[in-house]
Unconditional design. Structure first.
Length: 338
């Protein structure tokens, strides 16, 4: 629940807009507190988490330093909230970034079964103003006016920092639904976060590099049909759905099978890690949430000119390819038509 909340107005300094700092926290009624809690927190649906980082020492990350001070001594809330707002104002270098209200919120966590609770700090920026109508009595009739305000349907930008894993940069959830043509503004320039090295990350990255290998690299090195590629994709996503943990050797033997293809994938994975500057584990617990999200991109579709799309969901042996005097063809075998 919200225990402290303060709001600042952060303009775009490149456009010579001002930074207006509040001097004290808001005093909210219970109904408004519940409304704001729902607005702030409902956008954090993904289990993907990040951590603060710095090229030098972690303490040099401005937001990390500020939230550390607040977690250590909540009486510094107002002072450090100002530092966060000043930092956001200072890093704005793109004239397309919109001004907006910056809410700094301290949430008290609920006790778990062990009697422990994890507090969190929220940093939320609202940028878009939506039109709404105000209707009020005017004599014996009503009058109507148009005004603008913050819509409660979707948060523009937000970060939720949990008071855990401080030594590795805390656990941070981040959303940015309004990039304004500047993808680095919120994640990199302001927060300076990177994805946490956890089961979600390893599941996501393994599926990503595998899909890229099957769709781009495999056809360059081996003679494979679109149906073969679809089969590889289906087998891989089924592997992740059926297993609780990932083992690289087990995966490659069951899904790729051929030793030459396995060697090619191993080389491709190493090049990917070097290029993306990540290290993907070969033994980890599989994240169901990451599999669910990634599986949306594993739709095995064979597109034939502009006439047909074949969606492949199962047994590769039920599809045959060939060519006759009329052209190339696919032959599909089935037991039941629905």
């Amino acid at each position: 629940m919200i225990s402290k909340i303060i709001v600042h107005k952060v303009g775009n300094r490149i456009n010579q807009e001002s930074l207006i700092l509040s001097q004290q926290p808001l005093d909210l009624a219970e109904e408004m507190t519940e409304l704001l809690e729902d607005f702030f927190l409902k956008s954090f649906k993904s289990e993907e988490q990040y951590r603060f980082y710095s090229e030098t020492y972690l303490v040099n990350n401005t937001v990390f330093g500020a939230v550390s001070e607040i977690f250590g001594n909540p009486t510094k809330f107002v002072e450090e909230a100002e530092n966060i707002a000043q930092h956001l104002y200072d890093i704005t270098e793109n004239p397309r970034v919109k001004s907006g209200e910056l809410f700094i919120v301290y949430f008290e966590g609920e006790e778990n079964a062990d009697g422990h609770k994890i507090d969190s700090i929220g940093i939320f920026k609202t940028e878009n103003k939506n039109p709404f109508l105000k209707i009020f009595p005017q004599g014996e009739t009503f009058d109507i006016e148009k005004d603008y305000g913050i819509g409660l349907s979707k948060l523009d930008k937000g970060a939720l920092i949990y008071n855990s894993s401080k030594e590795s940069g805390y656990a941070v959830s981040v959303v940015d639904n309004n990039k304004n043509g500047d993808a680095d503004y919120w994640f990199e320039n302001f927060l300076k976060v990177k994805q946490r090295d956890d089961e979600y990350f390893h599941t996501q990255e393994t599926l990503s590099v595998y899909k890229e290998f099957i769709t781009k690299q495999l056809p360059q090195e081996f003679e494979v049909s679109k149906a073969d590629q679809a089969d590889f994709l289906n087998k891989s996503i089924n592997f992740f759905k059926e297993k609780e943990s990932f083992d690289y050797e087990e995966f490659t033997q069951e899904v790729l099978e051929d030793k030459n293809v396995i060697e090619s994938f191993s080389n491709f994975k190493s090049d990917y890690e070097q290029e993306m500057q990540v290290s993907i584990s070969e033994d980890f617990a599989i994240s169901e949430a990451a599999v669910k999200k990634q599986s949306r991109g594993f739709k095995s579709v064979i597109k034939l000119d502009k006439n047909f799309h074949i969606y492949v969901h199962g047994d590769r042996k039920m599809i045959e390819t060939g060519q006759d005097e009329r052209g190339k063809y696919y032959r599909l075998y089935f037991e039941e038509e629905k």
